[in-house]
Design a protein around this ligand. Structure first.
Ligand code: LLP
Length: 426
């Protein structure tokens, strides 16, 4: 986070609060959210996309306090399950600012969304269109929908592949004609209000040209719909996926750069297709919350395998950050509780789980005198860490605290053994 400094005692401080005080008050592991940092990232996106809508993708990390923060900062919210929707509503997110995603929304979830009056539903299959149409008819309502289009662009970090066909579960295929047929079906039936098209091409993307190809492809469909049905769809959502720097090698685009490029391609394609420029929206998750959080662990053991490697075990692991094991993701780590003049030593930061793949940080230079009791901070853990946390090995999931102006506030409490046992009714 932006407000991390090293204090006179050598310990890291976030927004003026020492990690030693955080560990003493809340224990470890703990996710530490720098609230000013999160809010400033929301503002950066709002400033870069002032006339567009920015939907925070709640799957990255969602709790009531964060819903309130992003709502106060003028963002919209993307949810993709009944659970995320319930969290959003219970935090008072205005329903008209919620977009509801998902490739298999149940009738119960759709009913709840309709009854709450969510602003839009991104439909993902013909089955869902029929399901939603029936529920809307029953209620006499006309929900606003977007059609999720599979544009045949697959983006992974520093590269993207543009293909004609895409083999994946999400959305309606563009190349196969399903996307056009979905739009025609909705327009012809007239029960749902078709507001526009949606595409999402991947996550942790650095090469913005993937968005340009995708925008070009959806806008071609937009003009096909106009030609066939005489309707110009008023909205376009280009999804999320904007990359963040996990290590010093990553160099993400700023929201301003992204906005400029997206607007430019949309404007020029619309001019070429003779379309009115639709109202744009985007759905960043990771880029909003990822960099605002670090995980604070305590070192429990240091094992030096002579000539091979040093394993530094911390008191969490793959249950609070599955990304290294699952995606081979790269993180960094630093000794946070003190300064050290010791030589740097190549270390692997591992967790406490019964599995050798339980790695938090594959390779990191830590001071050679790292020892049990030291606190270690792993930055960039705001997105897809707490939200994908598990209770593997019956390890209670860590709390999340929000730090602001030197004050810490618990926003998600630590799970307890009682919580774990509460579900065990046998
Ligand atoms: N919109 C849609 C429709 C999405 O499916 C996603 C992410 C987003 C927006 C937000 O993407 P973001 O801006 O956060 O990259 N668990 C994986 C990431 C899965 C992303 C799923 N969809 C990870 O930890 O890298």
């Amino acid at each position: 986070p932006r407000s991390v400094t090293r204090g006179a005692d050598g310990a890291l401080a976030v927004a003026g609060l020492s990690v030693r005080d955080i560990a003493a008050e809340f224990g470890t592991p703990v996710y530490v959210l720098d609230e000013a940092d999160l809010r400033s990232r929301c503002r950066d996106f709002r400033a870069a996309f002032p006339t567009e809508d920015v939907y925070y993708a709640g799957k990255a990390f969602l709790c009531r306090a964060v819903v309130r923060m992003i709502a106060e900062e003028g963002l919209h919210l993307d949810v993709c399950t009944g659970g995320e929707l319930a969290t959003a509503l219970s935090a008072g997110m205005p329903p008209e600012r919620i977009g509801f995603h998902g490739n298999n929304k149940s009738a119960a979830e759709l009913s709840r969304a309709l009854d709450a009056g969510v602003g839009r539903i991104i439909v993902d299959s013909f089955t869902e269109i029929d399901r939603l149409t029936a529920l809307a008819r029953e209620r006499g309502v006309r929900p606003r929908v977007l059609v999720r289009v599979t544009v045949g662009v697959e983006a992974h970090t520093h590269e993207f592949i543009a293909t004609a066909h895409e083999d994946q579960k999400f959305g309606f295929s563009l190349a196969g004609g399903a996307a056009a047929n979905a739009a025609f079906k909705i327009l012809d039936e007239g029960v749902l209000e078709l507001r526009g098209l949606h595409s999402h091409i991947g996550s942790q993307i650095f090469d913005a040209s993937g968005f340009e190809v995708s925008a070009r492809r959806v806008l071609a469909l937009q003009s096909q719909i106009r030609d066939a049905r005489g309707v110009e769809l008023p909205e376009l959502d280009l999804g999320g996926g904007f990359g963040i720097a996990y290590t010093t090698q990553d160099d993400p685009a700023t929201p301003q750069d992204l906005a400029k490029r997206l607007r430019k391609i949309v404007d020029s394609e619309c001019a070429a297709e003779n379309l009115a420029v639709p109202h744009l929206s985007i759905e960043p998750g990771r880029a909003i919350v990822g960099p605002s959080v670090f995980t604070l662990y305590e070192v429990g053991t240091v094992k030096n395998l002579d000539g091979l490697r040093t394993y530094v075990s911390v008191d969490g692991g793959m249950s609070d950050n599955i990304r290294t094991a699952l995606y081979d993701a790269s993180y960094s780590a630093t000794v946070a509780s003190r300064a050290s003049g010791a030589e740097p030593m190549l270390a692997r930061v591992v967790g406490k789980h019964c599995e050798s793949g339980d790695i938090v940080v594959k390779d990191e230079f830590l001071p050679a005198d790292v020892q049990p009791g030291d606190l270690v901070a792993v930055p960039g853990t705001g997105a897809y860490c707490r939200s994908m946390a598990s209770n593997y090995n019956h390890v209670p999931r860590p709390p999340v605290i929000a730090v602001r102006d030197g004050q810490a506030r618990l926003i998600v409490r630590r799970e307890t053994e009682e919580d774990l046992l509460a579900l065990d009714v046998g």
